[in-house]
Design a protein around this ligand. Structure first.
Ligand SMILES: [Fe+2]
Length: 245
């Protein structure tokens, strides 16, 4: 069986490499007629051509293996990169439920903060403290409204209710006429010595909200207000409690 250029050309155009294995038996033992779709008039590749295609197949197989190895290495690097990004952001992206839970709890706390600060203003006897409290009260009330609005925009209704005993304790404490402004400031300053630590859950959540930048920056801006509030109370505390410095 000799070489045939027409067949070789056809062989080249077709899937010559992957078709090479079956060719090996054709024309050697059973002959070309053993292949259902070929006829006796067709002429098949020479052994030399078959060997050439086998060599090409081996090169392709080696190339595919190399590509697979490279792809695996790229995947490993991507996974490592994702891990570093997630770590830098303080965790994976926040889920909808996590966001709503934080917004709702934060909202409830701010609403109580506004109410209790209002109670303090009513009994406050120190001008400088009262001036600061008015600003803080407005901030707390505004934060509660903003957080509730954001929750509703995200399709959730406010649900968190602070236990009655906790509300009564806060209102009684800050609305007390028995405690002086200085004592209330000192109590607050001692309970919140580190604003960064206090606000860490808020900042951490914001860092996980790259997919919801409106909530992310709402939380960050509210947290900045809280930083100012804590700083102001510590300043007033130091002023009215020089012995505690
Ligand atoms: Fe607050």
């Amino acid at each position: 069986m000799g070489s045939n250029r027409a067949l070789t050309a056809e062989f080249d155009r077709s899937d010559r490499y992957f078709a090479s294995a079956p060719w090996a038996s054709i024309g050697t033992e059973k002959g070309p007629c053993s292949w259902p779709h070929v006829s006796d008039t067709m002429i098949f590749p020479t052994q030399e051509e078959i060997h050439m295609s086998e060599a090409a197949l081996k090169r392709i197989e080696k190339g595919i293996a190399n590509l697979a190895t490279q792809q695996e290495a790229i995947c490993e690097r991507l996974i490592a990169l994702e891990g570093r990004v997630a770590t830098a952001a303080g965790g994976s992206a926040a889920t909808h439920d996590e966001v709503i839970q934080l917004l709702d709890g934060f909202r409830a706390g701010e609403a109580l903060g506004a109410a209790s600060i209002c109670a303090w203003i009513e009994v406050c006897t120190t001008d400088c403290v009262r001036g600061a409290l008015r600003t803080i009260h407005q901030r707390e009330a505004m934060h509660a409204v903003l957080l509730e609005e954001r929750m509703r925009a995200l399709g959730a209704e406010p649900k968190v209710e602070i236990p009655t005993a906790e509300v009564e304790k806060a209102m009684k404490s800050l609305g007390s006429t028995e405690q002086t402004d200085a004592q209330k400031l000192l109590d607050f300053a001692e309970r919140t010595p580190d604003a960064d630590l206090l606000l860490k859950p808020i900042y951490d959540m914001a860092d996980r909200l790259d997919h919801d930048q409106e909530t992310q920056w709402l939380l960050r801006s509210i947290a900045q207000d809280e930083q100012s509030t804590v700083a102001l109370i510590h300043e007033a505390c130091a002023l009215l409690n020089p012995q505690a410095a």
